[in-house]
Each structure stands twice: as C-alpha cells, then as structure tokens.
Ligand binder design. Sequence first.
Ligand SMILES: [Cu+2]
Length: 180
Amino acid sequence: MLTRRTLLAATGGIAAATVARSALAALPEPAYSQGPGTAPPPQPSTGRPFHPVVTLNGWSAPWRMNNGWKEFHLVAEPVVREMAPGMKANLWGYNGQSPGPTIEAVEGDRVRLFVTNKLPEHTTIHWHGQILPSGMDGVGGLSQPQIKPGETYVYEFELKKSGTFMYHPHADEMVQMAMG
Ligand SMILES: [Cu+2]
C-alpha cells in the first residue's frame, strides 16, 4: 500500500524518464514563511479536525488533501534568519526559515511529504520518533538513496503515534544539523 518514489526534478524545467509528468505536475506549491515572527497556524478546514498549536517564533506548514493523503511540501535550502533585530544568521532550513515549519497531523492520518533539495549537497529527512516503514526513515545511503541537489523525494506513511516530534536531516548530519 505504501509506495516510495524518487522524483527527479530540476529547478524550473523538469525531466525524468521514470516519473510520470502528471505526478510531477501534481507537486503541491511549497509555502514560505514571511519572517521569524509567530504566525497563526492554518485551521484544519480539510482532513481530520484538531486544535492547531501555535509555534512561537515560527509557523505551521499548510497542506492539501489528495485522495485521503495529507500532502506537505518542504524545501531544504539556505536561509537567512534574523535572530534578533539586526542580527542575521546564514543557516540551512526549510521553506525560508530555520527551524522548518511545524507539520501537524493526527494519528491515523496518511501523510505524503514532498522534500525538494535546494541545498548545495545531498540531504534526507529523518522523521525522528515516528513508527514507519524502514524505507521512509530517511537514513541516506542506508534506508533510501540520498536526495541530490535539485531532486524531490516523496515520503509516505501513516501516523501511528501522537506526540511532538522533530524532523531533521540524516545526511551529513554534523554539517546540516549544525547549520540549523
Ligand atoms: Cu533523529
């Protein structure tokens, strides 16, 4: 039931012999944070109901429902975050900020997370603490191929646990986690 697909995507133009054009065209548009301030979370107008959390000095990623799957799109990329007025740090993060957006879903949700790599080196995402198939665990070079710069990888799994978890790269960790 769970499938894994690697989408090869180049910035702008997209060409991949192994992936249907329709699948690439179906990528949800990634959302970007407008700044380091606290943003009100999106309300669950689609999918299962829940009370959204407010992420202090952060934001929550919007989603879309697609045939029962809750879809998110993360973009790993260099970002500039203002840590204090006038103090800017060059970090690596997701969707314009570091740390990345809060991703909210509830037990039983099937989530599909598109991860586009705009870093200057390969990356992955490890969904720390989640119970999921090994192939979705995000350990680059072991449970999945590294996501090369320019590629988009798709993670799909059903949420088995409630709680608060972090997600982080499991590729060149000493650099990537140090960078944010
Ligand atoms: Cu971890």
